[in-house]
Design a protein around this ligand. Sequence first.
Ligand code: NAD
Length: 489
Amino acid sequence: MPELFIDASWRSAADGGRRDVVNPYDGEVFTTVDEAGPADAEAAVLAARRAFDAGPWPHTPVAERADLLRRVADLLQRDREEIARTETLDTGKTLAESRIDVDDVTEVFRYYAEQALVEVDRTVDVGRDDVVSRVLHHPVGVCTLIAPWNYPLLQISWKVAPALAAGNTVVLKPSEVTPLTTVHLVRLLEEAGAPAGVVNLVLGAGSAVGPVLTEHPAVDLVSFTGGLDTGRAILRATAATVKRTTVELGGKNPHLVFADADLDRAIDAVLTGVFLHAGQVCSAGTRLIVEESIADALVAGVAERARRVKLGDGMAEGTESGPLVSAQHRDKVEAYVRLGLEEGATLVTGGRRPDAPELARGFFYEPTIFDGCDRSMRLVQEETFGPILTVERFTTEEEAVRLGNDTAYGLAGGVQTGDPERGERVARALRHGTVWINDFGPYVPQAEWGGMRMSGNGRELGPAGLAEYRETQHVWHNTRPEAAAWFKG
Ligand code: NAD
């Protein structure tokens, strides 16, 4: 069955393009998919445009739109195991993580089914009994939704659910590296009854289909999650037609550990915060900022456990971390390790591919820790997006906060402390979109997610995640009009 979905029909690329999909665990091509080109992207945009301008969806009662989201949630649970296995094949992450992703995404669809019903239109008291003034909300229009490869199903769903809840029509563009669960999701949206043209799917390289999806005048909104450089290119691309543009970008996330924290629990939090999914997490706690008096003990404890992380096949029971997503991405991570050594950081553990023969064909890399780091190093400034932890030290709370904020990014951060007041104080002082106190990583659909500074400019999840997909309109209704008589002539 073809994998592009345009104007309610599954089709192959106009120019017959195909792409190999590789299993990062063994480097084998396990399937191929249709690879769209600019003509397919244009067809998808125009289909979404027609569905918005002439189709029923933007005017469908909100309760019916919410019902569709609930049906999608049920179908995700029906296909949970199949989707999870596909995600693991495609990304290399463990099956346990993939199952959590499907469950989380299910909750996101359910949340937006509820949130869509929350009344946001309002009447304004203008102090005149002859005027009714109302602030109304409408769908924005045609939305291009572009997602990365680290959480393929999850990232696209954070966009699709609120976009559809608000009555928009959409064109989905998953990463060309990990397209498969998005294809499955679109099949479920079709099965759930999305009207023709409301949901369209374009697979393919960003360089080929991206310009159409971000520059086309028929597109009203672009929501992008991915890397900083691509985000900048997309902001430039949408500027000419002044599209509403949301970019969720990378992070270089500080994890502050104070000496009053419970040491074993802090070791566990630092380990999970940085090495989950081989560090390929936008909010990974890659910058350990630790109080000098406990630094040696903490680093030794994290290193000792990092050496024991069980790398392997994401499908296998007992695997704790899979490979990196591609050979190309591992090259990038290895280049950062070389850079760290050149910059004078001290390698504590890792810094190489694992020896185990059964891991030799996959894109594995050992959990890696660099001590003796400081802000002058590119290793500390730039997102490595791999299993690399850098260590900086502080002696005062003020210095810890200053270091935590001394980054161009602002996505997420963590504070480990035994003093709740300090936790609250430091969390508020950190200029990051999410801060965890004595935890690292959880999110819920009800609470906004997004970055400050160069981590991005919008919010997903929560009420703000729905507001991104709504236009606001003020309607002033003069019920007893009279001539203004401003001009006397
Ligand atoms: P990427 O920027 O390379 O690609 C992201 C998507 O953009 C892909 O679908 C790609 O095909 C597409 N794309 C590439 N060039 C394009 C163009 N010119 N026009 C339109 N689309 C284009 O990112 P990636 O390597 O897939 O993902 C990793 C990055 O994503 C990391 O930087 C990570 O921090 C970030 N990320 C951020 C969040 C967040 O919530 N802030 C979440 C997950 C990942």
